[in-house]
Ligand binder design. Structure first.
Ligand SMILES: [Zn+2]
Length: 258
């Protein structure tokens, strides 16, 4: 095996291992279970998962997606998260390795991990845990102070919190119900630090647009009703991922729309 291929295999395995940890977060954070203890267990029979049943991707295949003791189905989300983060790690890993590009990799890959956790937690539990927003806030604040001009991140953060708050308030006055959750508003504020004011307004626009299309389609197919609305976080995250990981194609879309 060539050295390059070995390196990519190593980075892929690294990504899937972090993915395995993200799975722990997705399961435990919304249920308020300690992240580190107890060791992973089957939610059906409480059997502790042996180390060889906990190898990213491979264990799911050799267990054929079932608990080895009680046969409870293991969600396909687990190997999916591991696969996604393995591929993302390869995609983001810098082609020319130096201190700065490695720092950028850590920051982008951390974002991808937190986005993945938020996406699946919000999809299922309709919450965005404060801890995840706080982690991103610290990460982006440090990055922004070092690399970005003050007016970019300060205005981005303020508009990120302020604009959705005003919209939610107006919505509340008109309809008497709260549209956006507190976690969504905090996430906008956090993303504003990195995306800046303009990037953040694009995010609000496109995530509302995408959310409306998906929401209306699901309602038309009678798969959803107004009493049980879609979580909004996944749309914010999809658009933010596009802006952060594929900035060139996002710019192309904007110039096409203009
Ligand atoms: Zn079991």
């Amino acid at each position: 095996m060539s050295i390059i291929l070995k390196m990519y295999l190593f980075i892929f395995v690294f990504g899937t291992m972090i993915g395995s940890f993200i799975n722990v977060l997705v399961y435990r954070l919304p249920r308020n279970i300690n992240i580190f203890l107890p060791r992973s267990f089957c939610p059906g029979c409480k059997k502790t998962v042996a180390w060889y049943e906990n190898i990213p991707l491979i264990s799911y295949l050799f267990l054929r997606g079932k608990c080895s003791k009680c046969g409870l189905k293991i969600s396909l989300i687990y190997p999916l998260v591991e696969l996604i983060l393995g591929v993302v790690a390869i995609f983001l890993f810098p082609r020319d390795l130096n201190g700065e590009s490695l720092l950028h990799f850590v920051m982008m890959f951390s974002s991808a991990c937190v986005f993945t956790a938020m996406f699946f937690i919000d999809l299922k539990f309709k919450i965005i845990p404060n801890g995840l927003n706080l982690y991103l806030a610290i990460l982006y604040l440090v990055y922004a102070v070092i690399y970005l001009p003050l007016n970019h991140w300060l205005a981005g953060g303020l508009i990120g919190i302020g604009f959705p708050l005003v919209i939610t308030w107006i919505f509340y006055l008109i309809r008497g119900e709260v549209g956006l959750g507190g976690g969504d508003i905090k996430l906008f504020g956090v993303l504003g630090l990195y995306l800046g004011p303009i990037g953040l307004i694009y995010n609000i626009f496109f995530s509302c647009f995408l959310g409306s299309i998906v929401g209306l389609s699901l309602m038309a197919m009678k798969k959803m009703d107004k009493k049980n609305p879609l979580p909004f976080g996944p749309f914010i995250i999809l658009v933010a991922s596009w802006q952060m990981f594929f900035p060139e194609s996002f710019k192309m879309l904007l110039s096409y729309l203009k």
